[in-house]
Structure formats: structure tokens, C-alpha cells
Design a protein around this ligand. Sequence first.
Ligand code: ADP
Ligand code: MG
Length: 263
Amino acid sequence: MTQTENSSSSPIITVRNMSKWFGGFKALDSIDLDVNRSEVLCLIGPSGSGKSTLLRCLNFLEHYDEGEVRKDGVLIGWQEGDAKPRKPLKPAALREQRHHIGMVFQQFNLWPHFSARQNVAEALRQVKGLSADEADSRAMDALRKVNLGDKAENFPSGLSGGQQQRVAIARAIAMEPDIMLFDEPTSALDPELVGEVLTVMKDMAAEGMTMVVVTHEMGFAAHAADRVAFLESGRLVTCRPPGEIFGAEPSDARLRSFLQTYR
Ligand code: ADP
Ligand code: MG
């Protein structure tokens, strides 16, 4: 990697003219988007607008069909070159790319028969090949970062939804990713548990983590995001600082009407 590609001013992720079909249905239509280093980018839009699909294309959980997704200049998922049809990376190469891209889902997907600490440590051992001691010590560091140092020995059944989601976040940050993707991380939570998860996410942002967050929490988007992208029907309608998205009169009629459902 050259100095320029890695400079702090260049975007970490570039999406260019990216489209994705499910059969004959075009779920993403010619998306262009940059994610800058250390920025929090929120994706908002109606249900079915393509937010999850876009997020999942960033780490190739969904295969985009056209265009490019690059991280630090390197094509994600597909082999470089002009071959048609494009060939996906070999599994080991794809895994290596994904190790640098953390992801947190709406459902926490913890192992039920492992403690919080074991959930984080096991992932570290499997992915990073760490020794048991090293994995345990890193797992504890990650759990402290999400304010769960005192719950490390609890099993998921002995944790609230908000705590389980924080374990899932700890599991992702323990891998020391370059960027974190969140798909509606608080949507499965009781309202009173949303705040503790958003607080942890704000802490991560303050520490400089690059984050792309699909969310319906407009308060979070308004206060924690550097930019907010609005999707509708697979198109990225606009991507602007939150002040311009949530300001008195957003210029775009579709955005206006979407935001009205939250007022
Ligand atoms: P959002 O996250 O904004 O609610 P999605 O990205 O999940 O939207 O979905 C965008 C569109 O693509 C929707 O119309 C959805 O029905 C469709 N879609 C998503 N995943 C699949 C799939 N695996 N197969 C077929 N259609 C899908
Ligand atoms: Mg979704």
C-alpha cells in the first residue's frame, strides 16, 4: 500500500457505481459513496430501501453485481481484473478482508453455552489464532470497553438484551477492525435498553472508530453522525451532514416525507 492510499485524508471505503440485483429485482442502483476515516456515517431510509443490502455489500456478505467497493483501495470480494463474469476471491482471501471489517447485527448471535468472556475469546482464538490466555485477556479488555467488565462470567441467558448486544460489540472490536458496520443494532431491544448500546457506540466514535450505522434512531443520527445517507428504492438520494438532513426544511421531497413519519 502506498503512503497516499493510507493517508488520513483518503476515504477508507469507496463505493463506485455499485448495483445489486436479487433475480430480476434491482435492490441497489448505481451507488456512489465514500466512507471517510474515523467518520460515523448513518444510513437511513424506509424499510426495503436497501440499507441492509448496501451494508452487507461492504463486506461481501452480499455479492454486488456491478461497480466497485474498495477498502483502502483494494477491491472487496471480487478478484481484480477485467474477467467477465467476475470471480470471487478465494475463501481465505475473503476471510482476511472480513477480519478488518467488524459487523454487528440486530440479532446478537451469541453462543448460548459460552460466557460473555468466552464468546469474545473464542472468536479471537478462531479468527486470530491467539492462545487461550491472550484471547482471555483481550476479551476482558474489550468487555471493559463496553462497560461489561463485571459481567464477563455471565452467560447470554443471564444478560439483558442491551448487555448481550454490548457483548456482540465487544466481540467485534476485540478483532481490532478498521471499520465497524452496524445493522439496526438497537431494533431488537426494549426501549429502555437502547441508550446503553448507543452510549457504547458514541464512545467508540469518540475514540476514532470508523462506523457505518443503519439506524432508525434519528436522535443518534442527528447527534452522533458526521454524515447521514438517505436511501430510497435502492438509490442513494442524498448524503449530507445531519444538520442539513434534519434541518427545518430538507430540500428533497422524499426525505421530507420519510422524516415526517418520525415526527
Ligand atoms: P432495508 O434494510 O432498507 O429494509 P433490504 O436491504 O433488506 O432493505 O432490502 C432491499 C430490497 O431487497 C427489499 O425489497 C428486499 O425485499 C429485497 N431483498 C433483500 N434481500 C433479499 C434476498 N435475499 N432475496 C430477494 N430479495 C431480497
Ligand atoms: Mg434492513
